[in-house]
Design a binder for this molecule. Structure first.
Ligand code: G3P
Length: 220
């Protein structure tokens, strides 16, 4: 599974990058706003730290403008940047054109199997179902991952990766992996929880104190 950080904060990307397991980063206008920094400068810095894919989202709403903006971003930003496009009729048309020109597209704001299927049909490289936001309105985010995964298997869809997004918990990551999502984009506060377990901490404390005892007995 590709592990992607859902953040536009450089320090967070640097921190997780040190673990050696980070594949990519997703950004969106809200995350750029939260970062308090310049959009393109931020994307360029992230693209230096992380192999990619780094998702940069268009902010146009019509197909022609999204195509123009996507082409422009792709031509000016580093090679590991891909274009993120919202799941709308115009977004599908833009995805079809951009992917036809060899530009990888991540279709975002996906909340149904139909939207995922249409995005794959349009040539998306990634489709991003938003688990947490579905849970927030009393629906089943992980159920959507399961259904999309089943459709992908039934239809033999191989060129479009399911990217579990709007992750709120470690369970979201673990179950998405089990259900066949090929990627997950994870906020920093959840990413850091993935490595934590109280038995790891207490076990390590015990190993360290026992090793101190071995040393004090002159056996190391
Ligand atoms: O990648 C999509 C993600 O940023 C949305 O997450 O927490 O705003 O629902 P959230």
């Amino acid at each position: 599974m590709e592990l992607i950080l859902d953040s536009a904060i450089i320090e967070e990307v640097e921190d997780i990058s040190k673990w050696g397991v980070l594949d990519g980063v997703t950004t969106n206008p809200s995350l750029i706003r939260k970062s308090g920094r310049d959009f393109e400068d931020t994307i360029r810095k992230i693209a230096e730290i992380c192999p990619g894919p780094i998702s940069a989202e268009v902010t146009s709403l019509t197909a022609n403008e999204m195509i123009e903006e996507g082409m422009d971003l792709k031509s000016r930003l580093p090679k590991n940047v891909i274009i993120k496009i919202p799941c709308t009729p115009d977004g599908l048309a833009a995805t079809k054109t951009l992917s036809g020109r060899g530009i990888p597209v991540n279709v975002t704001l996906v909340f149904s199997v139909s939207q995922a299927l249409l995005s794959a049909k349009a040539g998306a490289a990634y489709v991003s179902p938003f688990l947490g936001r579905l849970d927030d309105i009393g629906q089943d985010g992980l159920g959507l991952i399961e259904e999309i995964s089943q459709v992908w298997s039934a239809q033999g869809i191989k060129n479009c990766k399911i990217l579990a997004a709007s992750i709120r918990s470690r369970r979201h990551v673990e179950v998405s992996a089990r259900l066949g999502a090929q990627a997950a984009t994870i906020p920093y506060n959840i990413f850091t929880k993935l490595i934590q377990h109280e038995l790891t901490d207490s076990g390590l404390d015990k190993f360290m104190s026992d090793w101190e005892a071995v040393k004090s007995e002159g056996r190391a």
